[in-house]
Design a protein around this ligand. Structure first.
Ligand SMILES: [Zn+2]
Length: 329
């Protein structure tokens, strides 16, 4: 499926520099990226890599300002601030500066909850009351907060022959949170996200990677039912959704206003988009969710969701355009 059936927004991607090993842009050829977007029927990409300050300006110059309507850059926060008291106010001020510069949203990465520590060395979790000024500032400025909490449940399990993501964890040992002395347990992190979203109803949160808990769609359903300010994206979770396609389809159909298309695949490529479109649009059964062998996120295949057209339109673009109005028009 080389083209999305309806114009799509890839609401989760990384077009910046901080994730590149060489510090270069993840997409050096911007012309080729725009051609790929046109060929794939991707009208816009959300770039979550805006960081803050000069790096935000560089991202906005390269994407949002050079190609209005095609790119939308989110800012991030300097979590090095948390080692000094008063960080909530300082980080809220950073959100306000970034919004004034032109950031369209705020991205919170998984290091909040797993690595970020305060002046006493205590981990700062998403529901930490000291962070509330950040969420208030985002709400004031109309910025959605895309938040990545925890990671796949298997990443918290021992890295042994019973771990269903063993090959991935062997390839990326630093992705493991198995060490319970250093890292909180998965349940604590996901409860923290639930508390955060419930306690800040005026702030719009997008729980990336199916809310961080694609393994338990009943939990995701409850979160979406309980919190009108909560959305999820499907980025990097085809493998999970595609091995429970009936439950996934029911969830997306009944919460079609709260689910965003996104890939987290960078640099964007035609093959990855084609698999996503096949997954969302067709009822094909038991196909590969990745071109890699073995597949990167577990040794299984997926079945398509065959979403109806009205649901596809919302998931592909309408919901993202509502959260990021500057992309519309
Ligand atoms: Zn991502």
């Amino acid at each position: 499926m080389p083209r999305a059936r309806f114009s799509a927004v890839d609401a989760h991607n990384h077009l910046g520099r901080w994730l590149s090993p060489d510090g270069d842009w993840t997409t050096p050829e911007l012309g080729a990226l725009l051609e790929l977007m046109d060929a794939s029927n991707v009208r816009a990409i959300v770039n979550l890599d805006g960081m803050w300050g000069d790096e935000l300006e560089a991202n906005l110059d390269r994407y949002d300002r050079a190609h209005p309507g095609r790119f939308s850059t989110f800012c991030q926060l300097d979590w090095g601030q948390t080692v000094r008291p008063g960080f909530g106010q300082r980080l809220a001020a950073s959100v306000e500066r970034s919004a004034a510069a032109g950031a369209k949203g705020l991205k919170i990465w998984k290091d909040l909850g797993t690595r970020v520590r305060d002046d006493r060395g205590v981990l700062v979790l998403p529901d930490d009351a000291r962070l509330v000024p950040i969420w208030a500032a985002a709400a004031d400025r109309g910025l959605s907060v895309a938040i990545h909490t925890a990671d796949p449940v298997a990443f918290f399990d021992p890295v042994d022959e019973r771990n269903e993501r063993l090959e991935e964890l062997l390839a990326h040992p630093d992705w493991s949170f198995a060490d319970g002395e250093r890292f909180p347990r998965f349940d604590r992190l996901i409860e923290s996200l639930e508390t955060l979203v419930g306690a800040n109803p005026l702030t719009t949160f997008v729980g990336v990677h199916v809310g961080g808990y694609a393994e338990d769609l009943a939990w995701v359903r409850r979160m979406l039912d309980t919190n009108p300010n909560f959305y999820v994206d499907v980025a990097a979770r085809l493998a999970e959704l595609g091995r429970q396609p009936r439950t996934a389809r029911r969830l997306i159909e009944t919460h079609a206003d709260q689910v965003l298309f996104g890939t987290d695949a960078f640099p964007p490529d035609a093959g990855t988009y084609a698999i996503h479109f096949r997954f969302l649009e067709t009822g094909d059964e038991h196909f590969a969710y990745s071109g890699d062998d073995p597949p990167p996120q577990g040794r299984w295949a997926v079945s398509g969701l065959e979403l109806p057209d009205d649901v596809l339109r919302k998931v592909y673009a309408e919901n993202a355009l509502r959260l990021i109005p500057s992309l519309d028009g």
